[in-house]
Design a protein around this ligand. Structure first.
Ligand SMILES: NC(=O)c1ccc[n+]([C@@H]2O[C@H](COP(=O)([O-])OP(=O)(O)OC[C@H]3O[C@@H](n4cnc5c(N)ncnc54)[C@H](OP(=O)(O)O)[C@@H]3O)[C@@H](O)[C@H]2O)c1
Length: 301
């Protein structure tokens, strides 16, 4: 638990750190069985372009998760100056590599590379990030697909905490392709039956929507944006935001905070994900789940 949670009642906290550890240990148990039976390990390929510090940290933690679980993994580091063609050639090699079940190109890519073209060059059957249009289209249509890892992690948290979505009003703050749109599209499927509103930077009177919501999912990248006067009593709050804000008391000079003003909303809400320790750890756990599902050919038999 992080320091923001000290002295707060634990029963209001949705503990993503704990749930992600459970998900990973369930995956590890399956992988151990696979390895003990003499079959090859599930394999994940990472492609990291350039020197972006945050991207390096993400790829390192994902690689570490592979190691802990027992996956085979390989990381290709390409210089910032790499051409789109060379990057796509590398992806093509992984597309046909039998040891590889999942391909992850760490985003963002340098400006001279067309990100969409790169995503579309990944074999959609190995698209464990769930960003390929084949998977996006299937998700919207309610057909089995790879689900982007962060929205998948949110669904896992809702299910493990038995949070009802049926007939509930949900507001999603943010309309990105990696979080806002997919989570909204998932929650309107018949499996979840929520009534979903999506808000973005051009939404007028956003508070009108959040005040009427049983569940609010904040994914905008604006520190402490959602305040107690914007939520109703008993709302469930899911905070996706990861914001670095100055903090003179911290050794590093900064702290990580979410899009929801945790302290301000804590009393009024019924459940809340902390930052860090909420949605964040679930993203990696669900990447591992997608890779195992790819290995097992669950999505595309
Ligand atoms: N926990 C995780 O694993 C994880 C994974 C992914 C992202 N994140 C974090 O989640 C946050 C969102 O990421 P993202 O990639 O989805 O962001 P993004 O692509 O930058 O999109 C942000 C969205 O928020 C909307 N927005 C921005 N300011 C707003 C405001 N004041 N009111 C209403 N809407 C507003 C934007 O509206 P417009 O479309 O109108 O511009 C946009 O749709 C970031 O902090 C990111 O670091 C965390």
């Amino acid at each position: 638990m992080n320091s923001a949670l000290n002295n707060l009642p634990e029963n209001k906290i949705i503990n993503g750190k704990e749930i992600s550890a459970i998900v990973k240990s369930e995956i590890k148990t399956e992988v151990d069985k696979i390895i003990n039976s003499g079959r090859r390990k599930p394999g994940l390929a990472f492609i990291l372009v350039g020197e972006d510090p945050a991207s390096k940290v993400y790829v390192k933690s994902k690689g570490k998760a592979c190691e802990d679980i027992g996956f085979y993994s390989v990381t290709e580091r390409l210089p910032e100056s790499v051409t789109e063609e060379s990057l796509i050639n590398l992806i093509s090699n992984f597309n046909t590599d039998d040891k590889i079940d999942g391909i992850l190109v760490q985003l963002p890519l340098p400006k001279h590379i067309n990100e969409q073209r790169v995503i579309e060059s990944i074999n959609y059957k190995k698209d464990v990030d769930g960003f390929h249009p084949e998977n996006t289209g299937r998700l919207v249509s309610g057909i089995k697909s790879f689900i982007p890892c962060t929205p998948f992690g949110i669904i896992e948290l809702l299910q493990r905490y038995k949070i009802q979505t049926n007939g509930k009003n949900v507001t999603v703050l943010g309309r990105s392709n990696i979080v806002g749109k997919p989570i909204a599209n998932l929650l309107i499927q018949k499996e979840f039956n929520a009534t979903v509103t999506i808000c973005h930077s051009k939404t007028s009177n956003l508070k009108h929507f959040t005040l009427n919501s049983d569940i609010i999912i904040a994914a905008i990248g604006s520190p402490d944006f959602l305040k107690a006067d914007m939520i109703k009593d008993g709302a469930v709050l899911i905070d996706v935001g990861i914001n670095r804000v100055e903090d003179s008391e911290s050794e590093k000079g900064y702290k990580i905070t979410g899009d929801i003003d945790f302290k301000n909303c804590f009393e009024k809400c019924s459940l809340i994900t902390p930052v860090p320790g909420g949605v964040g750890p679930m993203t990696i756990a669900m990447l591992m789940k997608n890779t195992l599902d790819s290995y097992k050919k669950i999505i595309y038999p």
